[in-house]
Structures are given as C-alpha cells and as structure tokens.
Design a protein around this ligand. Sequence first.
Ligand code: G6P
Length: 610
Amino acid sequence: MCGIVGYIGKNASIPFLLNGLKRLEYRGYDSVGLAVHDGSKIQINKTAGRIAALQDLTNRHPLSGCLGIGHTRWATHGEPNSINAHPHTGNKNMLAIVHNGIIENFDLLKKELSAKGHTFKSDTDSEILAHLFEENMNNGFDLVEAVRQGLNLVKGTYGLAVICDHHPDMFIAARLGSPMVIGHGNGENYIASDAAPFIGYTKDVTYLDDGEIAVVKNDSVTVKTIDDQVVNKSIHIIDTDLKQIEKEGYSHYMLKEIMEQPQTLRNTTRGRLLLEEGTAKLGGLENDIESLLYSRRIIITACGTSWHAALLGEYMLEELVGIPVEVEYASEFRYRNPILGDDTTVIAISQSGETADTLAAIREARRKRSKVFGICNVVGSSIARETDAGVYLHAGPEIGVASTKAFTSQVTVLTLITLLLGRIRSISTAQGRDLAQNLQAIPQHVETVLKNRKQIEQIAKEFQNVKNFLYLGRGYNFPVALEGALKLKEISYIHAEGYPAAEMKHGPIALIDENMPVVVIAIKDNTYDKIISNIEEVKARKGRVIAIANEGDTEIANKADKVIYVPHSREMFSPLLTIIPLQLLAYYIAINRNCDVDQPRNLAKSVTVE
Ligand code: G6P
C-alpha cells in the first residue's frame, strides 16, 4: 500500500523517480508526488490522480536536482487530493517526507506539536512526521538524530524517506512494518518499497529490517537501528529482468499474467518434481521437514486470493497426508487467541510477502513457539525473511492487482508439499508417480484452456451488463468458486458470491431468476451427479447457467446455457484448470465495462496496513 522511491547520484533524479513510481503504481494510485533538492532548496510537485497526472504537472513545472523522493498513495487518512498527497513538509520547507504505513498516535503528537506552534496543512497522519523531525532539528539535533529521536516517539508503522534542504548530499530511509529496499548503483543509490523500480538500474539490493534507519549518499549507505546500534547489512542480487515487468504487447498486465500461466507453472515445478520417485524436492523445506511431518495440526493463514489457495491446501493435505489442517484469515488469526505451540505448524501464503495481517499472524505464531513456513512469490519479502523456512513460487513479478498466476503457482506449491509429505507418510510409489505425472501435464492443459479464450470473450459480451453473479462449486472446486467470484468483483465491480453448490438451497437460491447468471464448476468428479442436480435447480428457476465442464461431457450441453470445456485431470489438480476460464471471464467482462483491470478502484496489490 503506497509506493515510495528515492534517488541520489550524479544524474537528474526525475527520470528514475517517475519511472519508479510507475512501476510501483500497483501499490496505490489515488494521488502522487515528488520532492526534489535542486542543490539549495526543496521543490515539490504533487497532485491527485495517477502518475500520468504527475508527469503532466512536472512537464508544466519542471523540477531539477540529483536528489529526490517520490510517493504514490493509497489513502488511509484523508481523502485523495493534492494537499493530502505526499511529500509532506513541516512548518518550513526545510524537510520533505514520504511515508507508507499508519501513525497510530498521530492525534497526540499533533496536539503536542500544535502547542509548539506547528500548523498542519493536510488531514494525513503522515504529515506529523515532517513536523516532528523539524521540531527536533529546531531543538539542535542533526538530521539523522532528529529522525531517529522522532521515530522513537512514533507508534504505528512506517516505510519512510526524508530529505532536508541543509543536506543536498543524502536522504534518510527507515522501516517499521512497511518494506523498504535500497538499490546500490555506481556513484548513485536508490530506495523503493520493493525492488521493481531498480530493474534496469541495478541488481544489488539491501533489505532494511524493522527498526532500521539508513543514511543514503551517492557513494555510501550506512544503516543503524532506531536504538542507535550500527548494523552491517548484506547485499542481495535480484534476478528479475525488464521483460518480466513489461506488458510485452498485451493490453493489460492481468491478461499477460493469465496467459503466462503455462510458463509460470512450469517454473514453479522446475527441478522440484521427481517423476520416477513420484515425489517432490523442495530445497527450502529440506532442513525443517520433520516439524511439518510430525505436526499434530497445520494452520494455513493468508488473505484474499492466497486464502483461497490455502483452502485447497487444506483439502489436499488432509486427503493425502492425513494431518488435520485449519485455514484462517490472517486478520482474524492475529487478533484471537489461537491455540498454537510446538506441535502446530503454521504455513503463511502471500504473493507479495508484505501483507500486514499475514505478517502479524506469523509473528504471533512464532511468539507462541510454532514453526512457520512461508509460501511467497516476492523474493526477499518480509514474510519470506521472517518465516523459519519456505518455498518460493517462481512465478515472476505479478503486477495486475487481481492475482492470477500467483494463485495457480500457490496451489502448485501446495501440491508439491502434499506430494512430498504424502510420499513419506502414506502415498505409494505408484500413486505418487501418477500424481507427479499428472501435475507435470497441467501446464499443457492450461495452454489448451487459454486457446479457447475467444469463446470466453464472446460469453463475456452476453453477460457484461448483469448486476449479480453466483459461482458454485463442490469439493476442490468450491475454493475455485470463491476465487472466480472474487476476480469478477475486484475488477468489474459486479456483485458476485461463491458458494459450495449444495449450500445454494440454504439461501442463495432465493435470489435466482432470469437476471442472475450462475457459474457452475461441473467437472467429472465424485460429486458430478449432485452438481448436475444443482444445475437443474437453477434452471427450474430460470437462472442462466455457465458451466465449466470436462471435454467430452456432451450431457451438460443440454442443461447449461453455456459450456466452457477444460481437459480432464486428477480431481485435486482440477482447480488449476477450472480457474483459468473464470479469470478470463472476469477479465473480458471488466474490459467490456471499461474498467481499469490492472488498477481497480479502491484496491491495492500489497496491503501493508491492517
Ligand atoms: C490484496 C490483493 C489481492 C491479494 C491479497 C493478499 O487484497 O489485491 O490480490 O490476494 O491482497 O495478498 P498477498 O500478497 O498476501 O497474497
């Protein structure tokens, strides 16, 4: 939530800042701004709207200087307008700050600073930081100490960057609960909320940890804690290339990411699937596999789409590994008093690895002595670094706000974990081989589904104007119904609900009439007959049915209004195929409705506030 960039070096800062903000726009896109030090003073451009609006403003009011910070905002406190946009300054134009996070005690600090003569311009909690640091400088502290002392008074979370007109040679970055990454260049250095802005500039990065402050100059980076202890940080190499973060000819990132899935699924399983032994090899779990194997219970925690993947993990692990599994929304888990301990293992799933609730759930689980494993996409993310062990998705950067390829890779990683544990506990070689071979074939089946996208585009045209949608599935395809409905809601703003098909009779059936299309996932598994009865029930009430069925199922064509076919697979892998048409359906409906599918209103890709 909110994106921060910063540059110091020998070149004009504006190109990196604008380009970097563009790459971070998925984190928030309601207002945007820049502060640039021109060698003697700080100049600010900020505006409501997206990066394009800032670009226009900067064309009209050019800023020059080799030191600058920028921000793209997702509003928490104060409506998205140019006054509330970052950067914020104090009473004077001495300091400019950009902030991601929430200052919980801002009311108290504001009262104290107002009493000392500070006047606040915006409705944001963030502005308080500029005044607080300025007040400390007025009291004789140097910039670094003013920031450090100020942060010690703050309750809440921050990813932060600060520039000061007395210091054309440095900026300060700090982190508590909101990610901040430093990029090391040659005679120039960068900061950003994640490494995407650095791609094409540098591969060498340092991840700030919570409670750390960095002083960044063009030829040095020094890091200390807010308790004033010097920290020696290591440099990591990122291997993302420019191509991965470009649209490559697609009209939207979301479509690119949907279409990429055959490849991303191959990347997720590459080197991890042992066909002969019928098992999986997961380097990240090797040293800690015992704690998973001998757990009395596994809790999987996540938010949003990752939570839907978690539900599939529950089904697989219970069926094939035989360990009781519970799935918890991270936001609920963190605030109740869950029964944990060393006989319970927690698996946290997060594409971004930065979701605040998931991170807090992990910390709570570790406090209570449970081992925590992470399933993340973003390498070096907070969740990846705060878990005891884990598995990366290797799906490449996901930029579209609505998660697609990360979901299928999360499910695939859960399948690999199931195979690995299952083969040790109960699955025979023959069954393991069968599963491994079937999983290996999935990317090719996904290609087959994707080839059918014209049909889905056509169906989308017919249904683009309805107001409500119902999604039904059973067993492994119940979480797919939830995920299909979420995709539609997120990007087309059509109200949609996912239900276990049998639950329809306990309420949703009351809603069904000719205006309520029902998407039914009706693949040939052991509940097929039941789901056909559910279709009959919908048809009896004049509902229109879009069925997702297996190739060759001609019977269903007589019952449903539309049928989208997917290849056969083992039941446990079917979600990897049935979700694809639902992603495409949501996508095409949304573009027909002229919605901004990559940046839907009110949403952010990475939710770093609770
Ligand atoms: C946001 C995103 C969703 C995502 C959820 C969890 O709501 O818009 O697409 O599923 O956060 O994110 P995570 O990065 O933890 O998987």
